[in-house]
Design a protein around this ligand. Structure first.
Ligand code: PEP
Ligand code: CO
Length: 461
């Protein structure tokens, strides 16, 4: 069904933050009309499947690992780069699966993460002012007037790049590449070769034993060969998201078929804004980022708008407070949301509250701060008896030098060596595995989580 979904047009009457200033609005209309006739990138049934798995996260029975680039770029849609990212995510997921002993839901910031909100609409260099880079879906990173002029033809490139990436993901996750035994071998290699490998030897040995046991029990070796992997991105460019929205023939309900899980960013989560209105109208699982300025009232109002049926799996809150604030700000939020009866999944983004500029001018993050925010997130949830449901990480499968610290330490003086990000600094493949092992240890070693006051728990828990 290709006609615009009528019920979903209400967002157009509301202010939409962070939209590009397209030079020719008629050209945007022509492009989105074309996109509306293209096939869906993901299917409604897959979105439903992810929603039901996220329901298990909200109920404390599963863990979400969501990760990928801050900003995907069109020139990085190569088999090697997609494979490396997937490999890193699968390795992290295997570490969590063993250490947490619950299903790990794997979601990429991938196949659609092509647009960025910006703190300033313009960028100035040496007295020259140009529009800020808003992601490959909008304009080019190069600092020239031509590259920085928003071009709606790029929305079609975004569709094609997403389709090509999804095609690779579907091939890699079902064609044997993702075989759990192989992923485990990669982890063993990392432990053997990493300077801090010894610290993790016990965890991998345990995983080895567990895997051997499972393999011996498995009736069908194919059980290990494929994994379910989902795609997510920030639903920022509403013209694009609306053009990809289709009514599902089975349910008669609208789904945004640009990705399985869509999130609303910290800068576009206004209650009376177009992004929340748009997301309220589609059936995909939705996440909202909550930064340090978020209030409990806002969180409760977001639940009313986005999850009026209080359906576990529909709504996740991705908190990104910063390592120095998480222990102060998160408890009230989690406590009040929990006592309201809502069952959201709580996910920790330890990246976006911990960014700073190094003396060299590079935007960076410290590995230690990232780990500390996860630690604070766990402490808060353990004290309340709620489920620390998952992690949201900016990472790449390549050996970049964008974040400092980690087992194979990167120093600020190294940042210039392989700083490739088009936007925020990402953990490289080794830092990502280090983080997974460190977080796995935190989960494994924590004292039994305290019980939340019975009165504060919804009846269904
Ligand atoms: C992001 O996820 O890249 C981002 C911009 O995050 P936030 O909306 O939390 O600032
Ligand atoms: Co980012």
């Amino acid at each position: 069904m290709n006609a615009p979904v009528k019920a979903l047009e209400t967002w157009r009457r509301l202010p939409a933050a962070q939209q590009p200033t397209w030079p020719d609005p008629a050209a945007v209309r022509a492009v989105t009309a074309e996109l509306a006739a293209y096939p869906p990138l993901v299917f409604a049934g897959e979105c439903d499947e992810l929603r039901s798995r996220l329901a298990a996260v909200a109920r404390g029975k599963a863990f979400l690992l969501q990760g990928g680039d801050c900003a995907e770029t069109f020139n990085a849609v190569t088999a090697d780069q997609v494979k490396a990212k997937l490999k890193t995510l699968l390795q992290m997921a295997a570490i969590f699966t063993y250490a947490l002993a619950v299903p790990v839901i794997k979601v990429g910031r991938i196949a659609g993460q092509y647009s960025k909100p910006r703190s300033k609409p313009v960028e100035t260099r040496h007295g020259v002012e140009l529009p800020a880079y808003r992601g490959d879906a909008v304009n080019g990173l190069e600092f020239t007037s031509q590259a920085r002029t928003p071009d709606p033809e790029r929305l079609k490139q975004m569709y094609r790049a997403s389709a090509a990436t999804l095609n690779l993901i579907r091939a890699f996750t079902t064609g044997g590449f993702a075989d759990l035994r192989r992923v485990h071998e990669w982890n063993q290699d990392f432990v053997a070769q990493s300077p801090v490998g010894k610290r993790y030897a016990r965890l991998t040995q345990g995983a080895d034993d567990a895997l051997g046991f499972l393999a011996a029990c498995a009736a069908d070796p194919a059980e290990f060969r494929s994994v379910d992997f989902f795609a997510s991105h920030e639903a920022l460019l509403l013209d694009y998201e609306a053009a990809l929205t289709r009514v599902d023939a089975r349910t008669g309900l609208p789904y945004d078929t640009s990705g399985h899980l869509l999130w609303i960013g910290e800068r576009t989560r206004q209650l009376d804004g177009a992004h929340v209105e748009f997301a309220a109208g589609v059936r995909n699982p939705i996440a909202v980022k909550l930064g340090p300025a978020s209030t409990t009232d806002e969180a409760l109002a977001l639940i009313d708008k986005l999850d009026p049926g209080r359906e576990p799996g529909r709504l996740s809150f991705i908190t990104r407070m910063g390592c120095d604030k998480v222990r102060d700000l998160l408890p009230t939020l989690v406590e009040k949301v929990t006592s309201s009866g809502a069952q959201v999944a709580w996910i920790c983004d330890p990246m976006h509250g911990n960014t700073f500029n190094a003396a060299s001018g590079h935007k960076t993050r410290r590995f230690g701060d990232i780990l500390d925010e996860v630690k604070g997130f766990l402490e808060v949830h353990d004290a309340l008896g709620t489920h620390p449901g998952g992690l949201h990480i900016e990472l790449t499968g390549d050996n970049v030098t964008e974040c400092v610290g980690g087992g194979d330490e990167i120093f600020t003086a190294d940042l210039h060596r392989r700083y490739k990000s088009a936007c925020d600094p990402r953990l490289n493949c080794y830092q990502s595995l280090d983080l997974a092992f460190e977080v796995a240890k935190l989960y494994r070693d924590r004292a039994a989580p305290a019980k939340l006051h019975k009165s504060a728990l919804p009846a269904a828990v």
